[in-house]
Design a protein around this ligand. Structure first.
Ligand code: IYR
Length: 228
């Protein structure tokens, strides 16, 4: 047996307290109320955010379950003005192409209530752009490839935790998906085994920012229970 095929040693499951059902209800109700307040925003303040907050949120994201625990993601945290400017320029070029040519009339109609367009000033205003990359395969130190499993699902889960962690800290985010996003590999010098997954804009909301009055589906609409 080689090292790579050996089973992990095991450790006792740490810190999984039995709260009791009443306390569980209370904890979940509080958690729900907190995430219910999360809104995607499109106008950010330029107020600085200490880097350690982003680092801790990223460590939370990295706890996501992943296929064969291969953690097939990479996050590039961009705070430099010059790199943000390059990203904005490239993203806006793709977005102009999208809004003017590529998007179907149906897609444009779906976006209309949100009022988005190809102008993305927040890509320079917000203190952080976190480029999330999905690794199609990994690389060992000696250069050999390691196949990754469910990288899309895994990276989606990690990104969800990242967004929730930042929200928990009081920071707002925008999940931005300029398409195609290949320019992120070039600007950020990422290798070809990494595919841009999304660009997460993070920071404080701009003063007085308003958001569309959207509604979330009710539990009955988005979940069903099979009890027999
Ligand atoms: N990427 C474009 C268009 C866009 C697409 C979807 I789906 C959205 O929910 C929002 C925007 C943009 O960022 O403007």
């Amino acid at each position: 047996m080689t090292d790579e095929t050996m089973r992990y040693p095991t450790v006792a499951l740490a810190d999984y307290p039995d709260y009791g059902v009443e306390e569980m209800r209370h904890r979940l109700a509080e958690f729900h109320a907190e995430v219910e307040r999360r809104r995607t925003i499109r106008e950010f303040s330029d107020r600085p955010v200490p880097r350690d907050l982003i680092e801790t949120a990223l460590k939370a994201a990295n706890t996501a379950p992943s296929g064969a625990n291969l953690q097939p993601w990479h996050f590039v945290v961009v705070s430099g003005a010059e790199t943000k400017r390059k990203i904005r320029q490239a993203a806006e070029a793709e977005e102009r192409e999208f809004y003017e040519h590529r998007a179907s009339p149906e897609w444009l109609a779906a976006l209309e209530p949100l009022g988005t367009d190809s102008n993305k000033p927040f890509l320079e205003t917000a203190p952080y752009l976190i480029a999330v990359f999905l690794q199609k395969y990994g690389r060992l130190d000696d250069g050999r490839k390691v196949k990754h499993y469910y990288p899309t699902e895994s990276t989606g889960l990690a990104t969800g935790i990242l967004i929730t962690a930042l929200h928990h800290a009081g920071l707002a985010t925008l999940t931005h998906t300029p398409s195609p996003m290949k320019f992120l590999n070039e600007i950020l010098g990422r290798p070809s085994n990494e595919r841009p997954f999304l660009l997460l804009v993070a920071g404080y909301p701009a003063d007085g920012v308003r958001v569309p009055d959207i509604r979330r589906k009710s539990l009955r609409e988005f979940a069903s229970f099979v009890e027999d």
